[in-house]
Design a protein around this ligand. Sequence first.
Ligand code: GCU
Length: 731
Amino acid sequence: MRLQARWLSVALGCVLLGSAPSPPRPEDGYELWLRYRPVSDAALRREYRAAIGYLVLPGDSPTLRAARAELATGLRGLLGSAVPLERGVTRDGAVVAGTPASSPLVASLPIAAELARVGNEGYVLRATRVGGKTAIVVAANRDAGVLYGAFALLRRLQTNRPLAGLAESGAPRIELRLLDHWDNLNRTVERGYAGASLWAWDSLPGQLPARYRDYARADASVGINGAVLTNVNADARILTAPYLAKVAALAGVFRPWGIRVYLTARFSAPMEIGGLTADPLDAAVRDWWKGKADEIYRVIPDFGGFLVKANSEGQPGPQDYRRTHADGANLLADALAPHGGVVIWRAFVYSNDVPTDRVMQANNEFVPLDGAFRPNVLLQVKNGPLDFQPREPFHPLFGAMPHTPLMAELQITKEYLGQNTHLVYLAPMWTEVLNADTYAHGPGSTVGRVIDGSLHGYPRTGMAGVANVGTDRDWSGSDFNQANWYAFGRLAWDHTLSAAQIADEWIRQTLSNDARVIAPVAAMMRASREAAVNYMTPLGLAHQMAVGHHYGPGPWVGRGRSDWTSIYYNRADTIGLGFDRTRAGSNAVSQYFQPLRDRFASRDSVPDDLLLWFHHVAWSERLHSGRTLWDELLRHYQMGIDTVRWMQRTWDGLAERVDAARFHRVQELLRIQAAEARWWRDASVLYWQTFSHLPIPAGYEQPLHPLAFYRALTCPSDVTKPRCPAIEETP
Ligand code: GCU
């Protein structure tokens, strides 16, 4: 009753004073960055309304229909009034969209030269005159380009950029821009932290809920053009007729949005569902795969191809028959080639024998095979040689296989970076790798130029991201995790975009165009990745996660296969810490081109942030800063914790400017992240101390619990939300 009275007086006050802004309405995150809220800046809204009054977008293909619907919805939302569809240009303010084939108006414009430059998927946006009337043109060579152009125009309005003088062209630098879903047929998701798999196999192909379309639409809005539906740890049943019918139904929903489906092929499928062997040189096996490919293309004519994890972590592969990876990939490539499909063969190999240095294995296995793969094979290489760690050097395969198209595989799902809980914006990590210079052809041979094909002239190019989406209402397990899906798509489209620009776009579309929101949130996002590196694995440490869930710390993990343990990677002893990968050690540095090889090998020139990746450093040795390793470790862990606390304070300052639902969700996750940053640091430092026997000096917080407490912790086994309540409750 009292509450009601107070609410009434507040409401009345607002009406009477007419000035108090209404609080933003609560949002559940479902709309992602496609919210299309009215442009709040009145002058800008006037400018947009003057430039955009109606839409002229003829054509009836499913993709053009999708573009038309998107423009109608988006423009109505942003401008606050309907933008009607009309047949021709009759007055100022037309949006003229289409291809020369679908729109006579577009065909009549003098933009052939621009169109020739943007290829099949690119677009041209122009503010111009059509028949003497002002118009915004969205032109492309193919329907998919019109769709991407429509999203680009909407993004422009969503991010409050001017339309006057608009002259923008866009074309993807990379051909295959894929999300890899590690989804199982029982709807669990390997390393998925956002609910169940989106693909409801039981109710397919009959039921096609709107969420399938919404997923494809979100992908298309950032330029993603393919989805690998199934886990790399594959199940052969996906290749059977009943499942193919389900896959075909999904492909039908995705097609208008320019998205092709791909499947993972289990190498032993001819055994499991064909009653044969799986030997790639066996004629019956070759026939089986050809027949299977023919069957797939009968039901999915634009099927993208196969993604294969072979001879890695126990998966079957050609080496089971003493054949090479090339034999295996070519077998599938030959089956798909007549239909235009590709084989994406993964370079993430983890053989049955423990190698001298795990991070050297991919180069050892694949470099000798350069040039041995069919033209429709791409090799998919993780960003670093280990496994999606908070920081790794770039993978030394990049640059080392000039005759084999290499794709980059990034992990959006943050398996090793706090999963659904921690706020970690990944674009800084990805751009660090994409901009890294391999020196394969001298300076300027960046990883980005390897994978976009410009360095070696690859005929095919691709980038894949391990998806972070599931059935959670917000798709990605947290509001900020959505930014990583967004950033992946934008970088796959154009790897030269900066992490800052992508963050700015995402914030404006998802949260607000208010500078008082943009600046602090951008600062949080910018700092977040380095913070995670610092509180988890500073100075080049890697793979110190607890066994199984990869969430909390476990630097003591020593049981199990030796190259899966933390102690294998940290090499902590009474002398010091870190993995010697110089010539005196594993010589992994030899896999990099000069001058990197020498730069990494020398204690004087190795960057601090990769120090312990390449070197075993004594606890009391002095680093570039003049501080000892022990001091620097303590400092970095503390910086990680302090940054998260600063992120908390920064977010708290936004209480009035972000809707209450999202504000509280993020606030709660940051609270958990702060407690867990402390957990990471306390557990790690206490463990290193058992070797260094050095004190934690005054001025640093002392650990909250003894080492035995952290070692004894067992987190609940809910793989979708692997948290440790004992830590979360830490003040
Ligand atoms: C990581 C991850 C596995 C996954 C593997 C892969 O090791 O933990 O779940 O299967 O990568 O990329 O194949």
